[in-house]
Design a binder for this molecule. Structure first.
Ligand SMILES: Cc1cc2nc3c(=O)[nH]c(=O)nc-3n(C[C@H](O)[C@H](O)[C@H](O)COP(=O)(O)OP(=O)(O)OC[C@H]3O[C@@H](n4cnc5c(N)ncnc54)[C@H](O)[C@@H]3O)c2cc1C
Length: 429
């Protein structure tokens, strides 16, 4: 039995420095709420395009939100052209990140491998794969035996195929966020940590500034990049945004040389379980999706360790010999259709939304920042971003689960779930 003695450790990469409170200006040309990877990327891109007096307000410290919980996965295997283009643009940025930002992001192409045991699931991949290939993504359907050549520790007797993207990979969320923040500051952006936004002011319909724990700042443009807190921040301006934080756990083993690295980020489609190698350790997640109703404190649920262990041993029997050293839990900001919400808030001029990134906000942060800056400064997006339209839920009648049934995309995945298949290849990150 996989011996367990994990301690409820805090995520080791969580920044432990104290908030840098800078004196707040009275006015700003753009006020970004949230100093996560998305907010820092947007601030950097606005400043890079020449906008002065950009202010980022962060209630804790830069990158300490859900960005600090991300597994760092980066994939081009999405189901929509817009998201694939976001991935390809972001991958180009990760490839030359050190050159542009002076920080090594630890970018590695380890590949993403999806293990498929259900014929309907495999059929669901067909259209996605041809779209991905048309856009230049290297993705292949391979046999279970070929999957085992990539990851010899896998049990494959119950699989019918695997989907392999060799160019997918990973990078460090803390390093990337730090890189955006550093260059943003050099370009004149003020990043105020330890400052909580408590109200969004309006002059008639228009946004006119914010009230914070450290005083008020006026400005014509407020950008909501508040991650899992996006809905409560939007509510400060009277706007309902269907962003639902859902908890997910990740555990890690003690050094485990029996499975030598590198190992692709490998997802068992049937159970949602995924794993990869992190240095000498194995990182694994049960793929859980749980509503805990909070937007900041994320306690761990010990039952999730049992679930992770069970799924791990089924797919990778060798892991029975591993010892769990720790873990963490974080919130993924999900939307009812699993696509982000990027654009102007309907009916509230001056309020821009960049929220609801689910399990892919880290990897799409470079493209999100640039497209948001372009849209704001040029008056229109550079490409069709209607997939992310904030108004789409009102039009289609899709509502928050408070109204009744939980949207299928917010439930834990099953191998047969059409919505999950249709909207996202993996339920991994
Ligand atoms: C377990 C797990 C694994 C993941 N793995 C991956 C992965 O492999 N790849 C990937 O791309 N994504 C992954 N994600 C998703 C990713 O972490 C998020 O999509 C991304 O970090 C969102 O970034 P953000 O900047 O929008 O949010 P955050 O990092 O949460 O930033 C928002 C910030 O806003 C601040 N804030 C909120 N309210 C206020 C307020 N009122 N005033 C001031 N500041 C405020 C918060 O303190 C926070 O720092 C994972 C998530 C989890 C939980």
């Amino acid at each position: 039995m996989l011996r367990r003695y994990y301690h409820a450790v805090k995520r080791s990469c969580r920044p432990c420095y104290h908030p840098r409170v800078v004196s707040l200006p009275r006015t700003a040309s753009a006020i970004v709420i949230g100093g996560g990877v998305v907010g820092c990327s947007i601030a950097y891109h606005l400043a890079r395009r020449g906008l002065r007096d950009v202010l980022v307000l962060e209630r804790e410290t830069v990158g300490s939100g859900t960005t600090s919980k991300a597994a760092g996965g980066i994939r081009a295997q999405f189901s929509t052209e817009t998201e694939i283009r976001f991935s390809l643009e972001s991958i180009r940025v990760f490839e030359r990140f050190e050159e542009e930002f002076g920080v090594d992001p630890g970018y590695k192409k380890i590949g993403y491998l999806f293990l498929v045991s259900d014929a309907a699931d495999l059929r669901g991949y067909e259209a996605r794969i041809s779209l991905q290939r048309r856009l230049g993504v290297d993705v292949r359907v391979i046999t279970p035996d070929d999957a085992r050549k990539l990851v010899p520790a896998l049990r494959v007797d119950d699989l019918i195929a695997a989907v392999w993207g060799p160019d997918d990979g990973l990078a460090g969320p803390a390093e990337v966020t730090g890189g955006f923040a550093r260059r943003a500051r050099e370009l004149g952006v003020r990043i105020a940590e330890g400052v909580r936004v408590t109200a969004i002011q309006r002059d008639g319909d228009r946004v006119s500034g914010v009230v914070t724990s450290e005083g008020s700042v006026s400005g014509p443009l407020v950008i909501n990049a508040a991650g899992p807190a996006a809905a409560s921040v939007a509510r400060l301006a009277g706007v309902e945004v269907p962003v639902h934080p859902r908890r997910r756990h990740i555990f890690f083993t003690e050094p485990f040389p029996q499975i030598p690295g590198p190992v692709p980020l490998t997802t068992d489609r049937a159970s949602g379980f995924y794993f990869r190698k992190e240095m000498e350790q194995v990182l694994l997640s049960p793929g859980d999706v749980e509503d805990i109703g909070a937007d900041f404190e994320v306690p761990m649920n010990p039952a999730m360790l049992d679930e992770a262990v069970q799924k791990a041993i089924h797919r990778v029997p060798l892991l029975e010999q591993a010892r769990i050293a720790g873990g963490w839990a974080g919130l993924r900001p999900l939307t009812p259709d699993d696509h982000a919400i990027i654009g102007w808030a309907p009916d509230v001029p001056g309020l821009f939304l960049a929220v609801g990134f689910g399990g892919h906000g880290f990897q799409h942060s470079p493209a999100t920042g640039r497209h948001t800056a372009t849209w704001i400064l040029d008056g229109k997006p550079e490409m069709d971003l209607s997939l992310f339209d904030p108004g789409r839920f009102a039009r289609t009648g899709v509502k928050a689960e408070a109204d009744g049934a939980t949207p299928s995309s917010l439930r834990p995945p099953t191998s047969h779930e059409d919505t999950a298949l249709q909207y996202r290849a993996p339920d991994a990150e």
